[in-house]
Design a binder for this molecule. Structure first.
Ligand code: DGY
Length: 453
């Protein structure tokens, strides 16, 4: 029997070159002139961490466009440094909650060029800017872009380390599940149950017009997402007020790891550009991030975990974000070994690692968004981190599995980690970008067998 996703099985792209052409077409199709929408039918605006990762796809065939992708994101930066998770450059009725619900348009008077959401996203910009700069063919263009971006990115990091870490101990909080990017992860179940849903106005979700409900968050989660937004809006998004008022105050292991990596990369940018006066402050952020990471290590489970600042304990979930400290860097070798043991176990239970949730846990759901499916972007970050700590074999295995899922199914938002079936939105920009930037290098060669679709 030919296993799905191995050479000889039914491929959507039997020739990797066709896959590459199609990935470029997806980026061009979703380009709105300077920014790329994740997929027009479900997400018709600019998303923050999407754009950072999508720049890695653009740069493989249009370096200028890659820089634009990052720079356009900062058009939505708030005067206090926060970079919102959605920038509503143009109106579109096809998404809920749109700019009218967020109510940020008049918040900063004419100091904000476009309406935005009122929460942030995992901070990838420093890491991506450094990567683009290092690989740039046009060094002059790259240096000019980084010079424009550096003060904006530094202000965003400062916002994380102050607004979201009032205790100044590195336990940087997210106040909404969307800020983790892993919206309906089991990591957030217990904390979300504290969020009140009485007195919510009636609302109409738009995501279910396009995606099977079995692949999306449930109604009770959406009610809580909305309730948090309305609480923050009621407090004018004032950082201290919303930090104190939020019943959801979580230290997301993914955000802590990504921020730590980004702080290290920001330090390199500061040094290279001559911002020596910033180094003391950045070093303090890095030290705090390392100490937070240490607190988030669970010796019993042999992985890192997210933490609930209100209940004062770890969440009861092990998710793909538990492996993102590989990407953050600096994990002790003995801890890397323990984490790889967990990956080994997960690998026996899923053919397309890394599932977003422990496949051995009874709450695992291979179809439902962040409750089991595998995501190319997270796989890319985990694999890059694994390479950095000497586990190239596992890095290649994850990349190969991601390439197979894409060759087999196409550029889906996420994939069933058991079968490789595509789920969520199709023609998805960041999945196409991950093919271009990474997975294609690990793809099996052209399959000329009779079985190829
Ligand atoms: C959504 O609408 O599903 C997004 O993930 C929120 O940012």
């Amino acid at each position: 029997m030919v296993e799905a996703g191995t050479p000889g099985a039914s491929w959507r792209f039997s020739d990797p070159e066709d896959c590459t052409k199609e990935a470029q077409r997806v980026l061009r199709q979703n380009d709105r002139g300077g920014y790329t929408v994740p997929t027009p039918n479900i997400y018709p605006f600019q998303w923050n961490w999407d754009s950072c990762l999508v720049a890695l796809g653009w740069v493989t065939f249009d370096e200028t466009r890659a820089w634009q992708e990052i720079e356009s994101l900062f058009i939505g930066q708030w005067p206090d440094g926060m970079v919102p998770h959605i920038v509503f450059h143009r109106d579109d009725p096809g998404y809920f909650p749109g700019p009218d619900i967020w109510g940020t348009a008049s918040l900063w008077g004419d100091r904000l060029a476009v309406p935005t959401s009122g929460i942030s996203d995992p901070p990838l910009a420093a890491t991506i800017a450094l990567k683009l700069w290092r690989g740039a063919r046009d060094q002059q263009q790259a240096k000019a872009a980084v010079e424009r971006l550096y003060p904006k990115i530094a202000a965003w990091h400062r916002w994380f380390h102050t607004a979201r870490d009032p205790a100044q101990d590195g336990m940087v909080a997210i106040l909404h599940p969307w800020e983790s990017g892993r919206d309906n992860s089991q990591d957030w179940d217990a904390a979300l149950s504290r969020v009140p849903t009485d007195d919510l106005p009636p609302f109409q979700r738009r995501d279910l017009d396009r995606v099977d409900a079995a692949q999306r968050p449930r109604k009770e989660q959406y009610e809580r997402y909305l309730s948090l937004i309305l609480t923050f809006r009621g407090k004018g998004y004032e950082p201290k007020a919303i930090y104190e008022a939020s019943p959801f105050r979580m230290v997301d292991i993914g955000t802590v790891a990504i921020l730590l990596r980004a702080d290290r990369d920001l330090r390199v940018l500061a040094e290279t550009l001559g911002y020596r006066e910033d180094l003391v402050e950045i070093d303090r952020w890095i030290a705090r991030g390392e100490s937070a990471l240490d607190r988030l290590w669970d010796e019993t489970a042999g992985v890192f975990r997210s933490y609930d600042l209100i209940s004062g304990g770890f969440t009861d979930a092990i998710t793909s974000a538990s492996f993102l400290p590989f990407y953050g860097g600096g994990v002790k070798p003995e801890r890397c070994t323990r984490m790889v043991e967990v990956l080994e176990r997960w690998g026996t239970q899923s053919s397309y690692p890394v599932p977003s949730f422990d496949p051995g846990d009874q709450r695992f759901d291979s179809l439902r968004y962040w409750r089991g499916p595998t995501w190319a972007i997270v796989n890319h970050m985990i694999a890059e981190g694994l390479t950095g700590c000497g586990h190239e074999g596992w890095a290649a295995r994850i990349a190969g599995a991601t390439a197979r899922a894409i060759r087999q199914s196409g550029f889906w938002e996420y994939f069933d980690p058991i079968t490789g079936r595509g789920l969520g939105g199709d023609d998805f920009t960041w999945t196409a970008a991950m093919w271009l930037a990474w997975a294609r290098d690990f793809s099996p060669p052209n399959d000329s067998s009779e079985d190829a679709a």
